[in-house]
Design a protein around this ligand. Structure first.
Ligand code: BEZ
Length: 238
């Protein structure tokens, strides 16, 4: 059943509800983001099937799918190619490509066909200064309530860092679970930043209420320990 979707060009922002759409994928139809309520989902675009940077990215992301699933996060890909191109490309990857120790890689997450560019335009993935007819490498992190929490864009020539994408997911979940912020280059086990003044009373209140394991570099910059085990326990499925 083919449902007509209006062509809307928009540029969603952090904090916005993820724009809703229905689409055909390599794993059947999806109703986004409703189908992912209660879990995190990363919606990401690539410029074109059968291209080298995208192939290296898909092999890497597919190899990490279990790791993302453990952190309650599903993956959904998109390009403005058609379904049969997607299927042929993913089959080629599985049957023929051996790259950096990865082989026989099966992409099990859905890959949206978007030949009309409806979804790509709805998510601001077509950025004409880069390319009029291909999606840039966009990454949207959408939380269990369907809110966009982080957006990263890369140009056509630059393959993504999937360790960073996983780090962002874990940092977002850690911030939500523990009411903290994460400093530059944070990884689980590193100290975290206690909420800045304004979000939990005055600076004086905060200095007075200083916990034992808190370290203040100045009134506006305090950190505390957060064990790696506590982070992993909160983020990873049991
Ligand atoms: C690539 O994935 O290799 C690629 C795709 C589109 C433009 C440039 C590179």
């Amino acid at each position: 059943m083919e449902e007509k979707q209006e062509q809307v060009v928009s540029m969603p922002r952090i904090g916005d509800p993820a724009p809703a759409f229905k689409a055909v994928t390599t794993q059947g139809e999806i109703n986004f983001p409703a189908d992912y309520k209660g879990e995190w989902v990363i919606l990401f675009s690539h410029p074109a099937d059968f291209t080298p940077v995208c192939t290296s990215e898909f092999m890497t992301f597919a190899s990490m799918e279990k790791q993302f699933d453990q952190a309650n996060c599903k993956l959904v890909g998109l390009s403005v190619d058609g379904l049969y191109s997607h299927i042929a490309w993913l089959r080629t990857i599985k049957e023929k490509i051996e790259y950096k120790g990865m082989k026989d890689v099966e992409v099990k997450f859905p890959l949206i066909e978007d030949i009309t560019m409806n979804v790509a335009n709805l998510y601001g993935m077509i950025q004409p200064g880069e390319d009029n007819t291909k999606a840039v490498r966009a990454v949207f992190f959408i939380d269990p309530k369907g809110i966009i929490r982080t957006i990263i864009y890369y140009p056509l020539s630059l393959g993504r860092n999937f360790d960073e994408i996983y780090r962002v997911l874990v940092a977002l979940q850690t911030a939500d679970q523990f009411g903290i912020a994460t400093p530059a280059d944070w990884r689980p086990g590193d100290d975290v930043i206690v909420p800045p003044a304004g979000s939990c009373g005055s600076a004086k209140d905060r200095m007075d209420a200083k916990e034992d394991d808190m370290h203040c570099y100045d009134w506006f910059f305090c950190t505390k320990k957060l064990d790696k085990e506590k982070v992993l326990d909160a983020v990873l499925k049991k």
